[in-house]
Structure formats: C-alpha cells, structure tokens
Design a binder for this molecule. Structure first.
Ligand SMILES: [Zn+2]
Length: 472
C-alpha cells in the first residue's frame, strides 16, 4: 500500500500539494542529469542527493518509482570542452559519464532505471521539432536554425512566473543558457556552424544538432509518457530550461507535461557562491582526496532541507562525520545489548519516533524535524542502555527500525558495508570455531593472532563469536 499523505512543494503553483500519482502506486519521475563535459561539482551533487532522498522516500512509502535521468552528451559546453582537448566529443563525454557513475556510487545515490543519452535520441528530437513546425509553434531563421516562438504559446512563463507581454517581439537566443530578463524565442535545432566541427547530424530538418531543452522534452516523454508525475532539478534549471521544456512539450501534445515540479536551492561553500577563481569549487573527488568520508558528504548535503540554501563548510563536514559516528556507535551498542526489558517505555519511544519521523518526511521531506526525532530517540535509548534496561529482543527491534529508516536516508548501511568481513577472515573464523569445538586451543589461538594482524579482533561471548575491526 502506498501512502496518500505525502505533500510536496510544487513550483508550478508555489504551494504544498498532496501528492497523487497518475497511476495508483506508481510514480514516474524525471530528473535532469549531468552535462558530461567535466566532473560534477558538489552543487550538482546536491540536486542528485535531493532527488535520491525524494525517490527513496516515495519507495519507503510503498510507491514503485520509475526514474529517468538523462545524460547531456551534446550541447554548447560538451562541444567546447571536447574541441579544446582536440578529441572527438564521444571520447570526451564517455570519460565523464564513467566518472559520474563512480561519483553517484560513492555517495550511495540509487541508480535511475534509465539513463538515456541525448546522442542516442536525435531522431526523436527531430520528430518533435517537426511537429512544432507543423503546428506553427516553431520557425526557421536565416541561418537554418529552428526557433520556438514563445508568443504563440500562451502559457509561456507559467513556471518561472514571468510576463512575456513586455518582451520585444521576435528577439531570439541561440545559446542554451540565459537569464529570465532575456526571455525570447529559443533555439530548438541549431544549424551547423564551423564552431561545431564534426558534431552534427544530417536530418530531414537540416544539418545540425539539437538545442539543450528539446533533449529533455524528448527523452522524458519517450520513457514516461506525454504527462508524467514529477520533474526535478536545481533551481538554476527552472529558467530557461524547465520553462522551455514545458513550452515545447505542451505545444506539441496539447496536454499538461508534468504535474509536480520540484526544485532544490543553491549550494554555497563557506558562505560564498562556488567559483573556481575563489578557490571554493569542489568536486566529490576533491573532497575524498582530502580524506573526507563520502557518507559524511552525503549526510551533510541531505540534512539541510532541499528548499533552503545549503552552506557547505568543512566544519559542517566534520560535524556530519561525528554525527554519523554517533549513529553507528548506537547501532553497535544495540547489537551488544543484553539487559532486562525496561517496560513499555521502549515501545512507546519507538512508536513516537516512527510517527514523528514519517510525518516530517511526508511534509515535503522535512528532514531536519525527521532527524531531530531520530536523535531524541537515540539519546533516550542510550540512557536506557546505560542502565542496562534494554533486552536483546528490544534492541534488535530498534536496530531493525533504524535500518528501515536508513532505506530512506542511505547513511548507516553504508558504514556497515565498509565493515563487512573479508572472505578469508570469514574462513579463518569458522576454522577457529572448529578448532575450539575440537578443544584444539593452540590452533584457535594461532588463528586469533593471524586475524589480529589483519586488523580483526574477535571475542568469544555467550552469544557466540563476535568480531570488530581494529581502528588504525
Ligand atoms: Zn533537463
């Protein structure tokens, strides 16, 4: 059963709305993916982490989610980057597609179901442009490029809340990115010019390449249908990218394109807008190279509400690491608990925390309130653990509840994963068990020493053998 209680802030209406997918129990979601001309920076990653939290929360609440994230492998920036390297565009973008997959894996971001590449969908884009020409929403300019006529689409500006009436008629913009104030007819198809080098397609609408916006309209509708549930992206994509996606798609189909638009706010680094020249520009690999834990990066970026500006600081990153340590210590303590049951208290605490956590997350992913419930609970249970008032059964129940939440948060399980025993250590432990059963103490001690050199300490307890890794 999926939940009927999730409320999400819809940029289209600027209000929180109850989330109801088109098909009961099934969410179709499109998120603008990376432009693979360089490594993604942490500002890009903030968007991907927000989208991951949203998707995980929908799954936690019982929805099946079909998630499509595009890879922009041809646009102004990819062409420029490949040309400056003097290599074919494909070679350049493939390298950064691989890097992107590595980065999302290290941040424990769930993979989309489909990662369509723009260059694999040129015929679909051509068909969409043709449809817009046929319907009179598009026209060809002197150089052969094809533009969308925004004065023909009466709803133009409905997402970014801009009035088109004041614009100069017929003004055109050929670059992919521009400001709200420059709203004008935008390019759907760019006729080849020498700056594009060997990047072009010979098609029935001419020799050239697609504009950036038509790529997303084509790929989202291909995989999710002409109307789908959720479209996300960073607030910087709201205009012109998403505004133009709506114009192209709705003009072509005559149907509403997307029901819920969600945008995450900007990321600042040490209080300033990230810029290479300010020395505060970071990719995920910059941070891991400095020795920072990727799970702490994930936690830090996720723990600020997505519609608030996030100030990324190194102090914050250290604090995130400490918080994670507190959580994992708590999980370890639970596994070791073996006290006397402390009455109904624990059941009540668990119910209160679960209710608080779920209600907060249902309320437009109110993560700070949700986490506050978790940490109040951790504190209370730690107090009970101190007094040995948590039984083994209760502790395991709490442990399972924490892991359930972690399906949405994606931070605790990761730390556990790192602590998995290497295969050869597993074998050694079972060989030692056999030796102990046979009362061969000498062999058992030898194996214990051998494990110790591998950084694994074992203890024999009433519940059986237990191991932990020795911190260096
Ligand atoms: Zn897009």
């Amino acid at each position: 059963m999926s939940s009927e209680n999730i409320h999400l802030f819809n940029t289209l209406t600027r209000s929180k709305e109850r989330f109801v997918p088109i098909e009961k129990g099934h969410v179709r979601m499109y998120t603008c993916g990376p432009t693979v001309y360089d490594y993604s920076h942490i500002g890009n990653m903030r968007a991907f982490l927000f989208e991951d939290l949203l998707k995980r929360w929908l799954e936690y609440r019982g929805f099946k989610v079909t998630h499509v994230m595009n890879l922009t492998d041809v646009d102004d920036r990819t062409i420029k980057a490949a040309r400056s390297q003097g290599i074919p565009i494909k070679q350049h973008t493939e390298r950064f597609i691989q890097a992107f997959f590595e980065d999302i894996a290290i941040l424990n971001i769930e993979k989309a179901d489909i990662f369509p590449k723009a260059t694999d969908h040129i015929p679909g884009m051509v068909a969409l442009v043709k449809k817009l020409l046929d319907k009179g929403y598009a026209y060809r300019s002197e150089d052969g490029s094809i533009y969308f006529n925004i004065s023909k689409f009466k709803d133009y500006g409905k997402l970014a809340k801009i009035q088109v009436g004041k614009l100069k008629a017929g003004a055109r913009v050929k670059v992919d990115e521009y400001e709200k104030e420059q709203a004008s007819d935008f390019v759907l198809w760019k006729a080849w010019d020498p700056d594009d080098g060997d990047v072009f397609w010979e098609t029935e609408i001419g020799k050239g390449r697609p504009g950036w916006h038509i790529e997303c309209s084509t790929m989202s509708m291909k995989y999710l249908g002409e109307t789908f549930d959720i479209h996300c992206g960073g607030v910087d994509n709201l205009f012109p990218h998403h505004e133009n996606e709506i114009a192209q798609s709705e003009a072509a189909t005559g149907k509403k394109f997307v029901n819920y638009w969600l945008h995450n706010e900007h990321l600042l680094v040490e209080g300033k807008k990230m810029a290479k020249r300010l020395g505060n520009y970071f990719t995920v690999r910059d941070l891991t190279a400095k020795g920072y834990d990727p799970v702490a990066i994930r936690y830090l970026m996720m723990s600020t509400h997505y519609r608030q500006q996030l100030n990324f600081t190194f102090e914050g990153l250290d604090a995130a690491k400490k918080t994670l340590d507190r959580l994992t210590n708590f999980m370890h303590r639970l596994l070791e608990a073996n006290g006397t049951a402390g009455g109904d208290d624990i059941q009540q605490l668990m119910e209160k925390m679960q209710k608080g956590f779920e209600e907060a997350m249902d309320d437009d992913l109110n993560i700070s309130i949700a986490l506050a419930h978790v940490f109040d609970f951790v504190r209370d249970v730690n107090n009970l653990l101190d007094s040995n008032l948590v039984s083994r059964e209760q502790a395991l129940e709490i442990h399972n509840l924490m892991l359930r939440f972690d399906k949405a948060l994606g931070v605790i399980g990761e730390v556990y994963k790192e602590e998995k025993l290497p295969k050869d250590a597993e074998e050694l432990i079972s060989r030692r068990e056999e030796a102990r059963k046979a009362k061969d103490w000498k062999t058992a001690d030898q194996i214990r020493e051998q494990l110790k050199t591998m950084g694994i300490v074992i203890e024999d307890t009433a519940q059986g053998v237990r191991w932990r890794t020795e911190k260096h």
